[in-house]
Design a protein around this ligand. Structure first.
Ligand SMILES: Cc1cc2nc3c(=O)[nH]c(=O)nc-3n(C[C@H](O)[C@H](O)[C@H](O)COP(=O)(O)OP(=O)(O)OC[C@H]3O[C@@H](n4cnc5c(N)ncnc54)[C@H](O)[C@@H]3O)c2cc1C
Ligand code: SF4
Ligand code: SF4
Ligand code: SF4
Length: 386
């Protein structure tokens, strides 16, 4: 039975760690703010929140089992979002344009295959015992997997534009797989944010063995059932779709070689509010961010810290990567996307939660926002003069 929370209540903490706080995950789930990262189902000690393979939209709630320990809310990336993500822009140490030289990745990789290449190199170098990834079944249902070999990594290659509870696998580190001592996880920024939060609150047995994190860029995502509705509206059966991609439009690649285009405006009709609430296009907390931003067959790669450098070095030294510095205009495009995401999250938060004052205060503090606003005003003034 689902807990009833018809209206979100808010507590806004002021002070050095000012945060925007929906009260708990039940409110997140019942108000369609859950991006199904799978973190709460991993840490819930009683399985009041659980992962069910056949119901891949949100965690399954059994209120009677809840002991109100609050661990779920402590890890949820949508509860108590950190102000830093809104106010400061991410600042990578190194930036590259890159693609894989591993040929067996070519038929399955999403863009330049750098994500899978980094994992394969880390496995071969012994930097990790396994990686937590997401594969899919015939119906595009997400299937979180523990990848221990390059063949497993290949199985998980390619983007699934569906919420995928890969963090549910954190449970295996705490309870069932003692042989996994060094793990890499790939996720969307919300999933990596949940790992960061679990570290912050000291849920060590779930995250201490996560040695590396790779985030893929993310503008938005869909619940699995909504994705099926979207495919049906285009006259498509999920089992006929072999690849999905977004490059200004949504593209469905079919078994028979046909490609079906779908407008992003129409695709947006199937979104739930969760992603509108999210300020990260690139992750603050990952060791490496990988995306494409419209590039065909190449990746933009952002090395965020020393651990990211280690992963990168392993792949480059094995001769697996073709690389060049990321052109400055590409970086400008990426950061513009990130800023746009923050602005729309603020807009949503202001309206949905009525947090006008908190949002205004953050906007005043955000140097990037003030600069953007000044440029916008100057442009408008110049237009008026003409
Ligand atoms: C929902 C979603 C939205 C995205 N939005 C953008 C965008 O706006 N702009 C942009 O430049 N790039 C975006 N990407 C990233 C892009 O599609 C590629 O994943 C990225 O460029 C890496 O390419 P690659 O060739 O290195 O990936 P590959 O080597 O093919 O590896 C892909 C990896 O992604 C993981 N993965 C796939 N689907 C999911 C998922 N749903 N949740 C968690 N992990 C997953 C797999 O485990 C796999 O390891 C998005 C990806 C997803 C899944
Ligand atoms: S409060 Fe504790 S017991 Fe209840 S759902 Fe959350 S993690 Fe589970
Ligand atoms: S976003 Fe993640 S942690 Fe939050 S409710 Fe959904 S599955 Fe649980
Ligand atoms: S937009 Fe944010 S919340 Fe939505 S899937 Fe991407 S990272 Fe997660």
């Amino acid at each position: 039975m689902a807990l009833e929370h018809p209206k979100i209540k808010f507590v806004t903490y002021k002070g050095p760690f000012s945060r925007i706080i929906p009260v708990n995950v039940f409110e997140i789930i019942n108000n369609d703010l859950c991006s199904y990262c799978g973190s709460c189902t991993a840490v819930c000690p009683t399985k009041a929140l659980s992962y069910k393979f056949d119901e891949p939209d949100t965690p399954v709630i059994n209120e009677d089992l809840c002991i109100y320990c609050n661990l779920c809310s402590m890890v949820c990336p949508h509860v108590a979002m950190d102000k830093q993500m809104f106010v400061e822009l991410p600042n990578p140490m190194e930036k590259y344009l890159a693609r894989t030289k591993i040929e067996k990745l070519h038929p399955v990789m999403q863009d330049g295959g750098v994500t899978s290449t980094l994992i394969i190199a880390a496995l071969e170098e012994g930097l990790i015992d396994a990686a937590f990834l997401v594969a899919r079944d015939e119906k595009w249902r997400p299937v979180p997997i523990i990848a221990k070999t390059p063949e497993d990594v290949i199985k998980a290659a390619g983007s699934k534009y569906v919420y995928s509870p890969v963090n549910n696998l954190l449970e295996t580190l705490a309870f069932t797989h003692p042989e996994l001592q060094k793990v890499l996880t790939v996720g969307l920024p919300c999933q990596i944010r949940a790992i960061h939060r679990a570290r912050e609150v000291g849920l060590r047995k779930f995250v201490d063995k996560i040695k590396y994190t790779i985030s893929i860029f993310c503008s938005e995502n869909w619940q699995w059932s909504k994705m099926l509705e979207m495919m049906a509206s285009a006259g498509l059966k999920p089992e006929d779709v072999v690849k999905q991609n977004i490059k200004a439009k949504f593209f469905f690649y079919l078994k028979d070689g046909k490609v079906v285009e779908y407008s992003l405006k129409d695709a947006a009709k199937y979104l739930i509010p969760a992603c509108k609430h999210c300020p990260e296009f690139i992750s603050y907390y990952a060791d490496i961010n990988v995306g494409a931003l419209g590039l065909q067959g190449w990746n933009a790669v952002l090395i965020m810290n020393d651990k990211g450098k280690e992963l990168w070095k392993a792949a480059v030294e094995r001769g697996y990567i073709e690389q060049q510095p990321l052109p400055e205009d590409r970086w400008t495009k990426i950061i513009n996307f990130d800023m746009r995401k923050k602005r729309s999250a603020w807009k949503f938060i202001k309206k949905f939660y009525g947090l006008e004052e908190e949002v205004k205060a953050q906007q005043k503090e955000a140097k990037w926002y003030q600069e953007w606003l000044a440029k916008k005003k100057a442009k408008e003034a110049a237009k008026k003069k003409q």
